[in-house]
Every structure is written in structure tokens, then in C-alpha cells.
Design a protein around this ligand. Structure first.
Ligand SMILES: [Zn+2]
Length: 154
């Protein structure tokens, strides 16, 4: 598989990450097929340095690069400095179900990241609050439907 690269200007630059302890799985909580540029715009509006995820998996399984894999992201408060984040388009806390193509691409991304970061642990965004013992970071992300599938992929 390939990861579609973009040429986005990062308004505040990028910081190379010192360590990678976690690979964090997310959902975008938005449409399951969305213009990645729209996600970029949304994150700029939210005050982020462009897209905070490292990779986005579209509804058709296309993998799009957000932040370069080796820099600090903005996707999981508490572990941004030591994690990569991959996000599936859709809202799996509500009606959406990950497509077969998305599951295949997620499997591929997790394998790819485990090759790059053999000691990193695969977790869901909702696990972060417990791991860093900060209940205020609680989130439903990546939604029950995707959360329950992750153990079958890992
Ligand atoms: Zn998330």
C-alpha cells in the first residue's frame, strides 16, 4: 500500500519526536469519506498546527499522510510527545462501521508502524486517560464499533 503525501505548509513548523511509546488509533468523528483538505482546514480553525494525526484512512481505504511520521502530532493529549496517531474517517460511536478497505489499511498501517517502532504499544485514544492517569482526557474516540475491532487486528 502507499501513503498519499501532501505538501502542506505547517504554520508553526514541526518538532521531531524523541520517542515513540504508543501507536494511537482514532476516528475522525466526521463523515466517512471527506476531503482531506477539509480536515486540514478544520484543524487550522481549531488552532492546531494543521492536521494533528500522522495518517488518515479514508472510507475507501486510501491512506493520507498528515504530520510526517517522525514528528510530534496533536491527536492525543498526554502522549503526543511519544506517539503516532492514525485516524479512520467516520464516527464509530454512532452509525458508521469501518469498511473492509479501512480495516485492511489500518492493519497495514499498524504493521508498518510496528516495523518502524517495534517497542510501541498499539492503543485506542480512549485508553490514554487511564494510561497517563488523567481522567480529564477521557474520550469516546475511536467509538465502540472500532474499539471492539482493534483486538482482532492487532
Ligand atoms: Zn481520537
Amino acid at each position: 500500500m502507499e501513503v498519499i503525501q501532501n505538501d502542506w505548509p505547517w504554520p508553526w513548523g514541526l518538532t521531531v519526536r524523541g520517542s515513540t511509546a504508543y501507536i494511537v488509533v482514532h476516528h475522525t468523528a466526521g463523515p466517512q469519506m471527506q476531503d482531506t483538505q477539509a480536515i486540514w482546514d478544520e484543524h487550522i480553525k481549531a488552532g492546531f498546527n494543521g492536521i494533528g494525526y500522522h495518517r488518515i484512512i479514508k472510507g475507501d481505504g486510501t491512506i493520507v499522510q498528515g504530520r510526517p511520521d517522525d514528528v510530534v502530532g496533536a491527536h492525543a493529549q498526554g502522549v503526543n510527545y511519544c506517539s503516532v496517531g492514525v485516524s479512520l474517517e467516520g464516527n464509530f460511536e454512532e452509525d458508521d462501521t469501518p469498511t473492509a478497505a479501512q480495516i485492511d489499511s489500518l492493519q497495514w498501517c499498524l504493521d508498518d508502524y510496528k516495523t518502524m517502532y517495534p517497542n510501541a504499544q498499539i492503543i485506542a485514544h480512549r485508553d490514554v486517560a487511564r494510561i497517563v492517569e488523567r481522567p480529564e482526557f477521557a474520550t469516546a474516540c475511536p467509538g465502540d464499533t472500532l474499539y471492539n475491532i482493534i483486538p482482532n487486528i492487532v
